[in-house]
Design a protein around this ligand. Sequence first.
Ligand SMILES: [Mg+2]
Length: 159
Amino acid sequence: MKGFAVFLDVDGVLNTRTTVERSPEGYTGIDPLRVKVLADVLSKYQGGDIILVSDWKNMRAEAGDYAYLVSRLGQYGLAISGKTDDNGPDRGAGVTKYLEEHPEIKEYVILDDNKFDYGANKKNWDRLLLTDGIEDVSYASKTPAVEAMLFYDFIRMVG
Ligand SMILES: [Mg+2]
């Protein structure tokens, strides 16, 4: 869907603590089947932008692990469209700033396994899906936004 974006964390979304695969630099790797879930959900939206909120965004583009992330996403036709800019614990503020700078994004969800400061902004909070691996998803908010509910249902459908 034109104007739709997913703000994507990586650790805890595309992997879990039980993930066996390692990245080239020895960190927890990325599970292809979880990337596939994301790709299948996005295809139900007829596409959408992927904006990195994960700490993986701070890696240099030429870093081995960054190339690995790009390649893992690419296996299922996904690409990173942008990255938020924050200091780490203020990821929600990074999302809000990104949205201000990108008015073309009309609808979005946030996939993260941590709450960080997302609750400081109700719009972000209502669009936050908490994960323990992308297939295991729950609402952060008691009043989730429609796009969060749709995304949640699509994950249930394909996950
Ligand atoms: Mg995480």
